[in-house]
Design a binder for this molecule. Sequence first.
Ligand code: CA
Length: 610
Amino acid sequence: MKKTLLFLLLSISAFAQIDKVEPPFWYAGMHNPELQIMFYGKNIAQYEASVSNNVVIKNVVKTENPNYIFVTIDTKNVPASDLVFSFKNKNKVAFTKKYALKERRANSAQRQSFDSSDMMYLIMPDRFANGNPNNDSDKSTTEKANRSLPGGRHGGDIEGITKNLDYLEELGVTALWSTPLCEDNDKGYSYHGYGQSDLYRIDPRYGTNEEYLKLSAEMKKRDMKLIKDYVTNHWGAEHWMFKDLPSYDWFHQFPGYAQSNYRMTTQFDTNASAIDAKYCMDGWFVPSMPDLNQSNPLVLNYITQNAIWWIEYADLDGFRVDTYSYNDKVGIAKWTKAITDEYPYFNIVGEVWMHDQAQMSYWQKDSPISAIQSYNSHCPSVMDFTLHDAFGNVFNEDKEGWNDGMIKVYDNFTNDFLYANTNNLLIFAENHDTGRFNQNYKNDIQKYTMAMALLATVRGIPQLYYGSEIGMAGDKGKGDADIRQDFPGGWAGDKNNAFTKSGRTEKQNKFFDVTAKLFQWRKNKDVVHTGKMTHYIPEQNVYVYFRHNDKETVMVVMNNSAEAKTIKTNRFQENIKAFTSGKDVLSGKSVDLKNEISLDGKSVLVLELK
Ligand code: CA
């Protein structure tokens, strides 16, 4: 008898535990009052859940795995408070769990976000600055720091970013996009963070959740915006849920692994075969990244709530969404809409790596192209990859041809009519997945200056990639690690400290100064943020365009030819109007507009017209 009782007690206590609750807490007064809480514990599905404070349970979902239970509650009119969930077995409460509904920040729902007035700086945190050498390795994660491995963990962290905000401010940065910071417990190559293993935890090698909040708060003080890199398409194979699947269809399985064909055109190609479309969307990016099934409502809810949780918790100012166009397109549209319903001014930029403007436009909110197929992704911003393509080689094309030279850049903007919102395109010369600009152009400061002038003055949200502003190069042909080298000065003992003017070499200061000059100038130039663009067909490899509004006109003259050029100004009279001179932002010199403008080979004028 005694033995049986003891066994019963032991078995109940063994069962009576909750290992995970996600989201770990929530907020009162959200626009969408429904909250689906996932409780995870051994055989938890055999218990009956109830909740305190007269809160209504709308439904309970169980899956084929008894270790999960999904409880949806209605939080409408429930004040911030601690709720208590009870789990009963045969009408007896076996165990309970406290659950906090917290107060939201003031005006949280009305939060503003990044836009075309910003300059976005992209960093890979592992490679930027090691603010805390004590967290380089951690007991709870497998891969240990090894700076001698190009693809290893180098020790950069959140504290390294926080400590160098002065540097970013000096450069003219107003928004920071960091590659993912949540836990990625892959055995190797985990530094990029795209194989996440815990979506509610900052990777301990980057710091703590509290340190991330501190970074966000420090940035707010400086009027800078924090953008989280969100991955909806896949998790890492080390994710704890992948090791104990809630349901077979949580991930796409074939069964097991099948690789994506990466042909994103199959998402809208009316001639595509069903199997090709399926392998694009449902195939895995790589074997270590299981592909999430966004058409499973539990999965969709999980990633939607996680995204909203981070916005509210870390006071975020935007998302960059990885591999946006690989997702189940109906699922990702629901995810994006749910977030923007909650935060109407929140900006989200989707990575849509395509080489055709109509195809990129397809993924932007209210696109006239996707409207043809009655699809709306609801994603406010996409990346201007065709402009990036032009950046790749245009400045080496000294001679104008029908398709060579500045005509490439000009042509990119001739297709702007395809987009729903050109001011909300992310424009960039490079990022962490592409070749580095300074590698392609052998650190030519004139070509760099032309590229930065272009980024600072055409429509869209300019994005810079860390290190280029000091002339950093790196060869994509040698692998990703080479384009993701450590920023000099980020590690104790670095001989070259590029974070300060006195620490930078003369060459580094040249790159830095021209970048800072352009982007500091751009900060308050509404005419560049939202003004109309008028451009003229390039002649002799010289591209002339204007940004103008009721108050101001900026004229850009870009000579991509190797020789000096003189252009007659009468051709531009519809924009020059009564202006008689222009002040060059870069040199500070005044340029007379009456008859002609002369400029050196491979040079640019950014003129504020007077
Ligand atoms: Ca560190």
